[in-house]
Design a protein. Structure first.
Length: 394
């Protein structure tokens, strides 16, 4: 039986030299490997390319997953105007939307299903769905759902009226989506984010520290994410300074730059090197204030690291006390105390590391892809049954 062609509408897509939205590619590739023809539409801002003096990507290219498996990637060039709104509509979102609709109309053979990443892409997917009569799904994983800042309420309601299903990365995202009346509970499912175990896995700490030049004696805390207020990089920096003889690895970049002699590494890394640096650490700390479902936490767990992170609800689906300490992310003293408690208790730290590694097996990218595809197929079949029942009644 011919598997259905899925078109993913996403804000961006990674390349080797520009590893943005890597979690999107991992899902797309995993579904493609299952035999589903996959295409991606990811508008690229030509304005940002010009301002950053970066070359534009091709408007069409193929992402080779493995021999005989590829993903068609369409990247129409669009202007962007920051937060400029006209009559309640964001101008950048409008240009991106028109580009996506135009590209979709030219894809042959025409896709059978649309899968939109985040609610703002879902609005565009809904308009395409109405035009061509095909089912569409939305994946919501935003730290905060911002679709209402881009489109009028009327546009949103009209576009999303016939949504086939919603994949939420956390219960927090599900609850927020329901509160905003974007979809009903019976159309939604929670499937947390996932990790590719070929890219994130346990490595012998002594060997990798020797390779990268870190001391075997140091107790090392790791962080990964944007260097900003939300992720809490400076709160962590202050906390680390309060814990004696503790070093820090900061993976990422941004406007808020940690300083101090305790830093043994700081900066961006190619995606294929992150695993090695995480494995040099003793614990992973992310004092974040808002997430959908943190990929960084799941990647650290796959490397066998105990986790210290927020007590807020977005972590409820992926963290428990077998391998995580949850704190008030604004409380620097509490963050420091959590780090110190693991530093001073080697047995507890090892037990938590083992539990983190075991739990990470649940968040395998192939398992997630299979759950999503099953949900999509079941939702489409349910819709067909309802349509058939309605026809019989009429």
């Amino acid at each position: 039986m011919q598997k259905k062609h899925i078109c993913f509408v996403v804000p961006n897509y990674p390349t080797q030299n520009d590893p943005v939205y890597t979690f999107v590619r991992e899902l797309v590739c995993s579904i493609a490997v299952q035999g589903y023809p996959c295409s991606v539409i990811a508008p690229q801002s030509i304005t940002k390319k010009l301002l950053k003096n970066k070359p534009a990507r091709p408007q069409f290219w193929r992402d080779c997953v493995k021999e005989g498996v590829w993903v068609d990637v369409y990247q129409p060039r669009v202007p962007s105007f920051s937060n400029l709104n006209i009559f309640g509509r964001n101008l950048s979102a409008l240009f991106a939307q028109k580009a996506v609709i135009r590209v979709f109309s030219k894809i042959r053979p025409r896709p059978d299903i649309i899968y939109a990443h985040f609610w703002h892409s879902g609005v565009t997917a809904g308009l395409i769905s109405k035009r061509y009569g095909i089912p569409f799904f939305v994946a919501t994983g935003e730290s905060k759902i911002w679709v209402e800042s881009l489109f009028t309420r009327q546009t949103i309601q009209k576009a999303l009226a016939d949504i086939s299903g919603v994949i939420c990365v956390s219960t927090k995202n599900l609850d927020e989506s329901i509160e905003l009346k974007l979809a009903t509970r019976n159309k939604m499912i929670v499937i947390p984010n996932a990790v590719d175990p070929e890219k994130f896995y346990k490595i012998d700490k002594r060997e990798i520290r020797n390779k990268l030049g870190f001391s075997q004696e140091d107790f090392i805390v790791s962080f990964m994410g944007s260097f900003d207020q939300r992720k809490g990089v400076l709160r962590l920096s202050e906390a680390v300074k309060q814990v004696e003889q503790t070093k820090a690895i900061y993976i990422g970049s941004g406007a808020l730059i940690p300083t101090g002699d305790e830093i043994v590494f700081m900066g961006k890394l190619p995606h294929d090197q992150i695993c090695e640096y995480l494995n040099c650490a003793d614990v992973f700390v992310l004092p974040t204030l808002a997430e959908g479902c943190s990929n960084a936490i799941l990647e650290a767990m796959a490397c066998g690291l105990p986790i210290i992170s927020s007590e807020l609800s977005f972590n409820d689906d992926i963290l428990n006390d077998l391998y995580a300490i949850r704190v008030d992310s604004m409380d620097i003293v509490a963050i420091a105390e959590a780090i110190r408690s693991l530093k001073n208790d080697d047995n507890r730290r090892k037990r938590m590391a083992t539990s983190a590694l075991e739990q990470s097996q649940e968040y395998h990218i192939n398992n997630r892809a299979e759950k999503i595809v099953r949900f999509i197929n079941n939702s489409i079949n349910d819709e067909k049954e309802v349509q058939n029942d309605n026809q019989e009644i009429n």
